[in-house]
Design a protein around this ligand. Structure first.
Ligand code: HEC
Length: 101
């Protein structure tokens, strides 16, 4: 019985770790954010542009998460991709910031 239970746990953990369950930051970024943030379209702060991001990073990650999820000015809520969860959008923000500082 104990053996069976641990087998089930392993399967559950594998399911949680699978990419189909929650997209990672880089994947979400490519699908929802790159359109504007890689090119700088619509004056979006360009990923990798440290000078532009420094001022925004100072606002604090909570503000950046919130603005990414709810939108700010020309930046649409969740980049216009409502199918992504809040956690997935946060992971995309983390990815962008890591590339930009
Ligand atoms: C349609 C174009 C567009 C898409 C798609 C887009 N953004 Fe933006 N984003 C913008 C623009 C424009 C701004 C600048 C908004 C401003 O400060 O006026 C911005 C600003 C931001 C900021 C800075 C917010 C702040 O408070 O300074 C973050 C973080 C951000 N975007 C994250 C994301 C993430 C994550 C995605 C993908 C899920 C995404 N964006 C998709 C256009 C876009």
């Amino acid at each position: 019985m104990k053996r069976m239970l641990s087998g089930v746990t392993v399967i559950m953990m594998a399911a949680l770790a699978s990419p189909a369950h929650a997209a990672d930051g880089k994947t979400v970024y490519g699908a929802a954010c790159a359109l504007c943030h890689t090119t700088g379209a619509m004056n979006a702060p360009k990923t990798g542009d440290k000078a532009v991001w420094a001022a925004r990073i100072k606002k604090g990650m909570d503000v950046l998460y919130e603005n990414s999820i709810k939108g700010i000015n020309a930046m649409p809520a969740k980049g216009g991709k409502a199918q992504f969860s809040d956690a997935e959008i946060k992971a995309a923000v983390d990815y962008m910031i890591t590339q930009s500082k």
